[in-house]
Design a protein around this ligand. Structure first.
Ligand code: UDX
Ligand code: UDX
Ligand code: ADP
Length: 463
């Protein structure tokens, strides 16, 4: 089977960039990305591609090249499903906020809606691809809905998890470490797998394209994220011990990273990991393990989250303690709000939780982030429902420059590792602050010696 038309349901952080790259690399395939959110589609269709709703280095250029040629963004979900041979499901799967599995299990209501919509519309055989990260055995649920509510046509369900990281989405998509495709081991399943392999083979080496059964593919995605998050919690656990013993976590990370069995990546101690995936996927893994009665497995992975929550709390407590046990009415400047650099995404960002703690201590927070809007920052805080919207409005101000955010501050906290923070005139910032001027570097990106020579009281993570 040769694929000429693809539909992707969900124009978010995963669906948008992934489909843009498929369209760029496969000019012979028509790719339509659909979303229920009308504004999102309007933004993807903005004549100026710098205004597309997701900021990723290199993405606007790719959209400029492919959009209108073979890449389309639309709200006509049914039409796009009807025309396509392959439908990617790339909708959000947040942690459940209600009912059984609340706070742990993935909420699959958006996935189920998609499956029902596909079943209703499809008049020919289709390949349905799970792109969202899902609990193991979701494919089975999708298949059951499709087979029992559909028009008698055949569906093949493939699992094709996305491993891109935000901020490097385009490079990750262009040069993936691997592409993973899981499918049925029946002849029809194998034919569907092959059709999808052929799409990726337009730009990815065949030996990097792994094919497995559906369950291995689904579980591999959860496992990869759990392992990555575990490395961060492990090094963060050591950072607390380093602070007590006089060891330096950067030196420890370097020393262990040179062991080829450990490797140097993902060993940066920080204020804690954020992002839409790590916490959600681990909670999901914990929930699945518990549901099979595997309590030791569940407890093992849950500890990764417990450590991460502790690291965020520890950072805010340290600020309060160092500022003579009170931050009431003090201005604390936040440099960075995104969960990592080079993205405007703030989901689960450590900044949200640190700010929430400090506002509880009656601090005033002034934020500068090069890519995050005030509306988003306030939404993030309001979502926690710790206090009223009015109180958050009063506690938080935002600035278009770091120099303005830091003026008259009692302390600065670095929450995101944006490159530009290392290039600032720190003497100028120091001169504009209350003294003693405290700096809490939650990302260990600044030169401690240099800042101390200016006069800052510098606090890094793990030293
Ligand atoms: C270990 C460290 O590797 C070494 O750097 C340190 O100096 C001493 O401790 P050792 O205990 O000799 O070395 O052997 P190692 O190869 O690390 O194996 C330790 C145990 O882990 C063995 O029982 C091995 O069978 C087991 N193992 C290792 C696994 O079960 N799975 C693996 O993937 C690797
Ligand atoms: C992650 C996975 O890397 C990706 O493969 C998967 O598809 C989605 O989830 P993402 O969440 O976009 O990607 O970013 P990632 O680079 O993994 O960073 C996650 C968080 O960990 C960030 O808050 C980052 O700042 C933090 N982090 C990362 C550290 O604190 N230390 C590190 O050494 C690495
Ligand atoms: P991710 O990081 O997984 O890409 P996002 O929240 O960025 O998550 O994107 C998911 C998108 O899916 C959102 O824009 C949302 O509006 C869209 N979506 C959710 N359910 C449906 C649906 N049934 N049909 C079309 N779009 C949907």
């Amino acid at each position: 089977m040769k694929i000429t038309k693809i539909c992707c349901i969900g124009a978010g952080y995963v669906g948008g960039p992934t489909m843009a790259v498929i369209a760029q690399k496969c000019p012979h395939i028509q790719v339509t990305v659909v979303d229920l959110n009308e504004q999102r589609i309007i933004d993807w269709n903005d004549p100026n591609t710098d205004n597309i709703p997701i900021y990723e280095p290199g993405l606007s250029e790719i959209v400029a090249e492919a959009r209108g040629r073979n890449l389309f963004f639309s709200t006509e979900v049914e039409k796009a499903i009807d025309e396509a041979q392959v439908i990617f499901i790339s909708v959000n799967t947040p942690t459940k906020t209600y009912g059984k599995g609340k706070g742990m299990a993935a909420d699959l209501k958006y996935i189920e809606l998609c499956a029902r919509q596909i079943a209703k519309v499809a008049k020919e055989n289709k390949i349905v691809v799970e792109k969202s990260t899902l609990p193991v055995r979701t494919a089975e649920a999708i298949k059951s809905i499709l087979d029992n509510t559909g028009n008698g046509v055949q569906f093949q369900i493939l699992s094709n998890p996305e491993f891109l990281a935000e901020g490097t989405a385009v490079t990750d998509l262009l040069n993936p470490d691997r592409i993973l495709i899981g499918g049925d081991t029946t002849p029809e399943g194998e034919e569907a797998i092959k059709a999808l392999v052929d799409v990726y083979a337009n730009w990815v080496d065949k030996e990097k394209i792994l094919t497995t059964n559906v369950w291995s593919s689904e579980l591999s995605k959860l496992t990869a994220n759990a392992f990555l998050a575990q490395r961060i919690s492990s090094i963060n656990a050591m950072s607390e011990l380093c602070e007590k013993t006089g060891a330096d976590v950067n030196e420890v990370a370097r020393a262990i990273g040179m062991d080829s069995r450990i490797g140097p990546k993902f060993l940066k101690a920080s204020v804690g990991f954020g992002g839409s995936c790590f916490q959600k996927d681990i909670l999901n893994l914990v929930y699945i393990a518990k549901s099979y009665g595997l309590n030791e497995v569940a407890d093992y992975w849950e500890q990764v989250i417990i450590m991460n929550d502790h690291q965020k709390k520890r950072f805010s407590s340290k600020i309060v303690q160092t500022l003579y046990n009170t931050v009431a009415d003090k201005k604390i400047a936040f440099l960075g709000w995104a969960f990592k650099k080079d993205t405007n995404d703030t989901r689960e960002s450590a900044a949200i939780y640190v700010a929430d703690d400090l506002i509880n201590e009656q601090a005033r927070i002034s934020v500068y982030d090069p890519k995050v809007s005030k509306t988003k920052i306030l939404n993030d805080l309001n979502y926690l429902e710790t206090r009223s919207v009015e109180e958050n409005n009063l506690a938080v101000s935002t600035f278009a420059s770091a120099y303005d955010a830091c003026k008259d501050a009692h302390a600065i906290a670095i929450l995101t590792e944006w490159d530009e923070f290392t290039t600032y005139d720190w003497q100028k910032i120091y001169d504009s602050m209350h003294k003693p001027a405290f700096l809490f570097d939650g990302r260990n990106i600044l030169d401690a010696k240099k800042l101390e020579s200016i006069g800052f009281i510098y606090n890094g993570i793990g030293s």
